[in-house]
Design a binder for this molecule. Structure first.
Ligand code: AP5
Length: 212
């Protein structure tokens, strides 16, 4: 399975990716996680990305494209991968298309997890991450267990202001790539409202019907 997860910030891409990569046995490639790791490690790439991320802006294509393409060329991606948060601009989608064509590899699906804008801020501002396991929680919808609660952290870009900026970028830069995948009959739209289990089931059954 070679797939892309796309959707607004806080749509549940990371939450669903965690479940789907186990189900399909494929690596999870999140450009957001890769960039946060680079920022945390203080690498040159991390230094370039940090300010953009804090503001809720997109990191420039020139920084992200090479990083993502290099990752999908690694051996563990030979029989499949899940891209989460990449591509999110026309230039990124074009670069991915060229790289996959050169490798004679085809995508199986692009899954759009759709959530209305008015639900997004609440999801983002209430998110908490466990730095030890990488698990994603929410203060209201999925509170961390008592033994984890003391160590959870909030992402620097999970403020209301940065969230609104990210949402704006999603509408201006990322939504415009969807017709490209729709024209290739790869786009699956999934309603992202409801419980996480319900949404996982929706995605898996949509992917099964695509394969059948
Ligand atoms: P990235 O890390 O990709 O963030 P994002 O796309 O904004 O998405 P999020 O991680 O915020 O949300 P999500 O959809 O994964 O939701 P989650 O499952 O956590 O990117 C961050 C930044 O990095 C970007 O702004 C940009 O600067 C940079 N970047 C990354 N990739 C880039 C690229 N390709 N090009 C340029 N720049 C790039 O869920 C959110 C919350 O909701 C959680 O608390 C969760 O518990 C809760 N939740 C999940 N599902 C449900 C549900 N069904 N019901 C109720 N609550 C739920």
């Amino acid at each position: 399975m070679r797939m892309i997860l796309v959707g607004p910030p806080g749509a549940g891409k990371g939450t669903q990716a965690e479940r789907l990569v186990k189900y399909y046995g494929i690596p999870h490639i999140s450009t957001g996680d890769m960039l946060r790791a680079a920022v945390g490690a203080g690498t040159e790439l991390g230094k370039q990305a940090d300010g953009f991320m804090k503001r809720g802006d997109l990191v420039p294509d020139a920084v992200v494209i090479g990083m993502a393409i290099e990752r999908i060329q690694q051996t563990d991606c030979r029989s499949g991968f899940m891209l989460d948060g990449f591509p999110r601009t026309r230039a990124q989608a074009g670069a991915l298309d060229v790289a996959l064509t050169q490798a004679s590899v085809q995508l199986d699906a692009v899954v759009l997890i759709d959530v209305a804008d008015e639900r997004i801020v609440e999801r983002i501002v209430g998110r908490r991450n466990d730095p030890v396991t990488g698990k994603i929680y929410h203060v209201r919808y999925n509170p961390p267990p008592a033994d984890v609660a003391a160590r959870v952290v909030q992402r620097k870009d999970d403020t209301e202001e940065a969230c609104r900026a990210r949402l704006e970028k999603y509408h201006s830069e990322t939504r415009p790539i969807l017709p490209f995948y729709d024209s290739k009959q790869l786009l699956i739209r999934v309603d992202g409202e409801g419980g996480p289990d319900e949404i996982t089931n929706r995605i898996i059954s949509a992917l099964k019907s695509l394969a059948g």
